[in-house]
Design a protein around this ligand. Sequence first.
Ligand SMILES: *Cc1c(COP(=O)(O)O)cnc(C)c1O
Length: 386
Amino acid sequence: MLLNSSLHELKRRDAALNIINSKIKARDRSHLYDLTGLSGGFPIKKEDIDLLETYAGSAIFEEELQIQGKKHLGGKKILALNRTSSGILASIMALVKPDEEVVHYLPQLPSHPSIPRSTELIKAKYREFNNLNEFEIGSKTSLVIITGSTMDHEVLSEEEFLRIIKISRSDHIPVLVDDASGARLRTVIYHQPRAMDMGANLVITSTDKLMDGPRGGLMSGDADLIDLIKSKAHQFGLEAQSPLIAGMVRALEDFNSERILKAQKRKKEIYQILINDLKEIKQTPTGFMLSPEGLMNELKYLNVKHPLSPMEAANILAMILLREYNIITIPAVGMPGASPTIRIDLASKDAQRLDQNYIIEAFKGSLLRLKTIIDDEMVCRKLLYD
Ligand SMILES: *Cc1c(COP(=O)(O)O)cnc(C)c1O
């Protein structure tokens, strides 16, 4: 096995970051293309810099955070957290007791790992559903989580959304929406309402997904629930500090849905060309993707026999995209448990600098490269970890 543990994934991530480091040092940042859709921008202004301190900064940025956060997410009160995962952990710690249960509804498995892992940490039960007919709440359920848009950008329909919220609320169970990317994808591309406007009690989004903010979790919701979660977050150091809040506030002020809409148009053109050669490419709202299983099929169509697991093949392909085409995707740089799907997000800032032929060539070329080295374990190992 080349890659079968979190530790392997960490090593692969370290290798990818080392490659990025040497590429930036050898040339400059402009020769790299981060197409993950996770920009991690930090658009603070000059006048913000002197206020990036623990208390004065919080006093100032917190006020604007409440205004901008409510504008973006709706709801009554805003809480900024270090990551979306931190907000999910804080919510589960605040609202669920051991031997109670978290029920999760999502359009497509798998779940983001933070939800089952946080539930396991507090020794509560966890059940997940992606079929409305099977969805049920138990007598021990104390929190329902809905994922609005998955890691692979599969979006929940408005009808299912409303139905789950209705069932949960009629049983007086609070509903938290994990809208990490959904807060923008659902509203901008699918014209769905904001989670709070559909009756959710809590929603969290990631300020670096489909917007140019820092990686952070922006939560909104009913004031009493937010207070409970905020208290837990502070006890365990999960809350955002003032520099992060400043970055989030400025990114929210700058947010503009135009780039998302342009990406949607552009991906249709690229997809039409790619699908001629790569039958397993799928469209996403703002780009396209190749799942690990899809990649296995592509290799089958090319009559390639090999010993790799889907996850290994996808990670190696991502490392080829990075090493040979300077394209950063999540299976190269993602943390353990991140989705192994190779997803190109054309709403990424760097995608604007890329010619569509380059993207098409990179995909076709890296697949052919994978084909030629796939039987050589030493070379595969080097591509992953060196
Ligand atoms: C990205 C994502 C998260 C976690 O965001 P982090 O910033 O990595 O903590 C959680 N849920 C979904 C659906 C996501 O897409």
